[in-house]
Design a protein around this ligand. Structure first.
Ligand SMILES: Cc1cc2nc3c(=O)[nH]c(=O)nc-3n(C[C@H](O)[C@H](O)[C@H](O)COP(=O)(O)OP(=O)(O)OC[C@H]3O[C@@H](n4cnc5c(N)ncnc54)[C@H](O)[C@@H]3O)c2cc1C
Length: 358
């Protein structure tokens, strides 16, 4: 069987490894971070993503670590209900938990941590940081939205900052958990371009996130924890008391500020024996809530063609042909959801769900 190298052990690299494992295909993962360095936020995952996850992991473990949401409730920033929608099997889980679950089936000797891979200067081979070549028949690149291998390979690519950034935090609070049940609450500023979402994870854990129009709200990338806390308190001080109290009581040590990027145009998903999956192939903006599901589908489809086709190029060609149209659909939906976010809520269209569905 062919030798497969996977670069990156985020959601896409680990789901790929699980699918390869399921088909008894040998592989090795190289991951830049330390094993326990699991910074991150949480994911909303639609039903389709849960179905793909259930092919490769123990669903009961998944359900212990996350929550099915009952209802999406859209509020004005002062707390008036603007719209409500029942949710059908939309799940929420922290990134840390999902990575933990996806790692369960991977033997420790199949992952090397603290090892970065890049493209050689000749652009023909992949190399480790000491210049040693990475030997493989197929290299599956799952190194995230700012993939350096992709950038080095497709030198004309243009990545641009999206007009939105997010501040995300996970906190523990029995009191707040009791108020929100399993609903997905999202507060919207009446002028548009500023929202605050609240979701409950198991064990009184709360995931909150705020989305900012980066043209209206400016904050430096390297601001200190204290500066960010003061900024958040000032921006949200007049909001509904639940939002203001979450902002005030949160510990900011683990808070994340995410700048969001997208490709002006998608690159090919492969070149020779190097193939891209997940955000490395196609960054999707958070509004779509499709990043995880798309990474899972990439892994599933790529594994399918790698097992069905004798010829690697044919397998990669079929993978790209099957995945690209759907990704383009979500990119367009993401842009529409971004434009809607920038508008006052009374100008939003009827589809209020912050998820891109096909
Ligand atoms: C704020 C925010 C909110 C989001 N919300 C949602 C949501 O609700 N639902 C959803 O489905 N999606 C969401 N997404 C998108 C989702 O996070 C991504 O689509 C998903 O995490 C992609 O996973 P990935 O494995 O492709 O990339 P990543 O998670 O970025 O993983 C890449 C991995 O590669 C490693 N790596 C990088 N470079 C190298 C290298 N050179 N060598 C070796 N290893 C390397 C990194 O350390 C990392 O572990 C959100 C994204 C953001 C920013």
């Amino acid at each position: 069987m062919k030798k497969i190298a996977v670069v990156g052990a985020g959601i896409s690299g680990l789901s790929m490894a699980n699918y390869l494992e399921k088909h008894n295909i040998d592989y090795h993962i190289y991951e830049r971070r330390k094993k326990d360095d699991l910074a991150g936020h949480g994911f909303l995952i639609p039903q389709e993503g849960i179905e793909y996850l259930s092919h490769i992991i123990d669903s009961s473990l998944l359900f212990q670590h996350g929550t099915f949401l009952k209802k999406y409730i859209q509020y004005s920033h002062k707390g008036k209900i603007l719209a409500e929608k029942e949710l059908n099997n939309v799940f929420v889980i922290s990134r840390q938990s999902l990575i933990y679950i996806l790692s369960q089936n991977i033997l420790p000797e199949k992952i090397t941590y603290e090892t970065a891979v890049s493209l050689s200067d000749s652009k023909k081979t992949l190399v480790f940081s000491d210049g040693t070549p990475l030997e493989s028949d197929i290299a599956i690149i799952s190194e995230g939205s700012k993939s350096r291998i992709r950038k080095a390979l497709f030198k004309d690519e243009r990545i641009r900052a999206v007009r939105e950034f997010e501040v995300v935090n996970i906190i523990q609070s029995k009191k707040i958990a009791a108020c929100i049940e399993n609903n997905f609450m999202k507060f919207h500023h009446e002028d548009g371009g500023l929202t605050f979402g609240i979701l409950k994870l198991p064990a009184d854990t709360i995931l909150w996130y705020s989305q900012f129009d980066s043209e209206k709200y400016k904050i430096g990338d390297k601001c200190s924890v204290e500066t960010l806390k003061k900024y958040m308190q000032a921006v949200f001080k007049d909001w509904h008391p639940l939002v203001a109290s979450i902002i005030k009581e949160s510990c900011y040590r683990n808070v994340h500020l995410w700048r969001v990027y997208e490709l002006e145009e998608l690159n090919p998903f492969y070149e020779n024996n190097i193939v891209f999956i997940g955000d490395a192939a196609h960054p999707l903006i958070p509004f779509t809530s499709q990043g995880v599901t798309s990474a899972l589908k990439d892994s599933f489809i790529l594994t399918k063609y790698l097992t069905e086709e004798r010829n690697i190029t044919e397998a990669l060609k079929k993978y790209e042909a099957e995945r690209k149209p759907e990704i383009e659909f979500h990119i367009n939906n993401g842009r529409a959801l971004l434009n809607q976010f920038l508008l006052p809520p009374d100008q939003h269209s009827k589809n209020i769900l912050p998820i891109s569905y096909k």
